[in-house]
Design a protein around this ligand. Structure first.
Ligand code: 13P
Length: 235
């Protein structure tokens, strides 16, 4: 069983989600399918054969935080997962590992599973800091002093939406480091997803790499014709 998660980012409509949901009903798979959609679309469909998730959450439980959405609110509308610390949140909203960690904590306390993203920029890669950024990302963003499931996603920031992917050796090294780091934090067995430019033609190969428990898909998760072949490319 692999996790096949879609991140719709700021795309789609309720109609598009209904179309996707209708298409997913007929897909025979043992994989765990998750669709992380914009807040306004969370209540659009009753998930059948897939789980629904959000793409961000407030670090606060309730109160005077205009414009924010709490983990409890997400739970109430049926979301089971939340992406936290996506590179676009880190880049455009200055989210640090510390902020990401606090969002992950509120998510876990509300009974949802955070999908915690880590990954290096092109600058960091070129200056040889990939492993350092990944390890500190995991150590500082993943809560280790609270029980409750988490998922970690390795998303090399330079490869997102760029049609680029790291080499098999690079993905292997990153995922091995993440698995070892999680183990040292008492979180052995945490699923680790790969995300960035996953398509139907590379998904199976990527998911055959050691410690790759699934994928987090951006652009290719928006349409059934692109997303379903990714789901069915692995058992
Ligand atoms: P793409 O699959 O479009 O590269 O996006 C990856 C991503 O950011 C998923 O969260």
């Amino acid at each position: 069983m692999k996790f096949i998660a879609g991140n719709w980012k700021m795309n789609g409509t309720c109609d598009a989600l209904k179309t996707m949901a209708e298409a997913l009903v007929n897909v025979q798979t043992e994989n765990r399918i998750i669709l992380c959609v914009p807040f306004t679309m969370l209540g659009c469909v009753k998930p059948n054969g897939f789980a629904i998730g959000a793409q961000d959450v407030s670090a606060h439980d309730h109160g005077a935080f205009t414009g924010e959405i709490s983990a409890g609110m997400l739970s109430a509308i049926g979301a089971q997962y939340v992406i936290v610390g996506h590179s676009e949140r880190r880049q455009y909203h200055n989210e640090t590992n510390e902020v990401v960690r606090s969002k992950a904590v509120t998510t876990i306390k509300a009974g949802l599973t955070p999908i915690i993203c880590v990954g290096e920029t092109m600058d960091e890669k070129q200056s040889g800091k990939t492993m350092e950024i990944i390890e500190s990302g995991v150590r500082e963003s993943v809560p280790s002093d609270i029980t409750g499931d988490v998922i970690v996603a390795y998303e090399p920031r330079w490869a997102i939406g760029a049609g680029l992917t790291p080499t098999t050796d690079e993905i292997t090294a990153a995922h091995t480091l993440i698995a070892d780091t999680l183990k040292s934090m008492g979180r052995a067995g945490t699923p680790i997803l790969y995300g960035a430019s996953v398509k139907a033609n590379n998904a199976a190969e990527i998911m055959s790499i050691a410690n790759v428990d699934g994928v987090l898909v951006g652009g290719a998760s928006l349409k059934p014709d692109d997303f379903i072949p990714i789901i069915t490319s692995v058992k």
